[in-house]
Write a protein that binds this ligand. Sequence first.
Ligand SMILES: NC(=O)C1=CN([C@@H]2O[C@H](COP(=O)(O)OP(=O)(O)OC[C@H]3O[C@@H](n4cnc5c(N)ncnc54)[C@H](OP(=O)(O)O)[C@@H]3O)[C@@H](O)[C@H]2O)C=CC1
Ligand SMILES: C[C@H]1O[C@H](OP(=O)(O)OP(=O)(O)OC[C@H]2O[C@@H](n3cnc4c(=O)[nH]c(N)nc43)[C@H](O)[C@@H]2O)[C@@H](O)[C@@H](O)C1=O
Length: 380
Amino acid sequence: MQKQSRIYIAGHRGLVGSAILAALKSRGYNNLITRTHRELDLTNQDAVAAFFSSEKPEYVFLAAAKVGGIIANNSYRGEFIYDNLMIQNNVVHQSYLNDVKKLMFLGSTCIYPKNAPQPMKEEYLLTDVLEYTNEPYAIAKIAGIKLCESYNLQYGTNFISVMPTNLYGPNDNFDLEKSHVLPALIRKIHLGDALAKDNWDVIRNDLNTRPVNGITGESPRDQIVQILAQHGVYRSTESESGIAVEVWGTGKAMREFLWSEDMADACVYIMENCDFGDLVSTAGTGSTRQNQIRNTHLNIGTGQDISVKDLAFLVREVLNANVEFSFDTEKPDGTLKKLTDVSKLQSLGWKYKVELQEGIGRVYNWYSQEIKEKSTGISC
Ligand SMILES: NC(=O)C1=CN([C@@H]2O[C@H](COP(=O)(O)OP(=O)(O)OC[C@H]3O[C@@H](n4cnc5c(N)ncnc54)[C@H](OP(=O)(O)O)[C@@H]3O)[C@@H](O)[C@H]2O)C=CC1
Ligand SMILES: C[C@H]1O[C@H](OP(=O)(O)OP(=O)(O)OC[C@H]2O[C@@H](n3cnc4c(=O)[nH]c(N)nc43)[C@H](O)[C@@H]2O)[C@@H](O)[C@@H](O)C1=O
């Protein structure tokens, strides 16, 4: 990529897209193309075709998708499969028709079988059944990998698929129902600590920044207490601090977390240094060659994981919060372990930098700062 190349970042306001946009800007790329969801609905075939033919991007980062945590994936199954298939079909196909030089498709590690051997190598794709809670999303993502691979093989395109582990960072989704575990725990523990201290300014500012089911910081206290309890933050005589924060599932599920800016760094690094041809260049002949071509996607992760229970303890420690935890075993655990094997990416020369504890501190600072700015109207 040249500094003046026309680079389209689809999903530039999201967790990953915003980090990719910042990473490109900081490296001096100066011809960046963005559209919000409202400006360009990527599920709309005609709109996407018109956009590509007028903007003619040379490089594409496809970080737009329907994304959510375990309950959102399980509840909105139709939307997760339809939106993601439509977005990726439209963007990948128009990239081919408009001679895009290189495209990066973002998948997810949930493409691997539920009981895949650990750590999960790229070659474990399509070797067994998927985790049911996110099967529609995973099937859409697998279709995206195969779309890129098939276009590369038939049309000679240069489309690369990466499979990131669970990500976190600024601009994440902190919705208490639809978000992923790390932002959900940060927010619940933040609110629980404020409730323990009877710090209503903190609670009200949080709800004014992100209302919960229509309840804002201006709502009466009893309604606020009720809505927090519905989302697993409540007063409890059984806990020492007087506050319980509910953790979904047994707490035994293991997850691997990567800081979003590290993820963006990896994406730009791969786009700058790696082509589809490099990923198949070591392919042999016959069935060996076919197996190699089948597994040209790249895992992106840290190679380290933590149980959900220990994650809750770690978040509490970083936030210095005074809450106890209860476990809602009616909620699903999902895949019990999904640790990425990152040896392929490391052999290409990339490794993560930000450790989980540091990242949690950084994202909490971002979260607190955003609440401060929105509640005072003063931008720092
Ligand atoms: N978050 C995670 O832990 C992980 C994410 N990934 C993958 O990384 C990618 C980015 O995820 P993440 O940043 O977390 O997601 P976010 O939900 O934070 O952002 C998604 C972005 O997609 C845009 N978008 C969604 N639907 C449409 C649409 N129909 N038309 C146009 N734009 C749309 C949104 O636009 P707008 O802001 O304008 O509404 C938003 O900017 C996805 O492919 C996801 O599957 C993979 C593994 C883990
Ligand atoms: C990125 C990834 O994200 C999703 O898969 P997931 O990793 O299962 O998602 P999650 O972050 O929501 O949960 C991780 C674990 O954490 C537990 N958990 C505890 N307490 C809360 C909680 O309060 N909220 C949430 N969301 N989870 C909680 C939860 O029960 C589970 O055991 C899919 O989109 C998948 O397709 C995908 O790609």
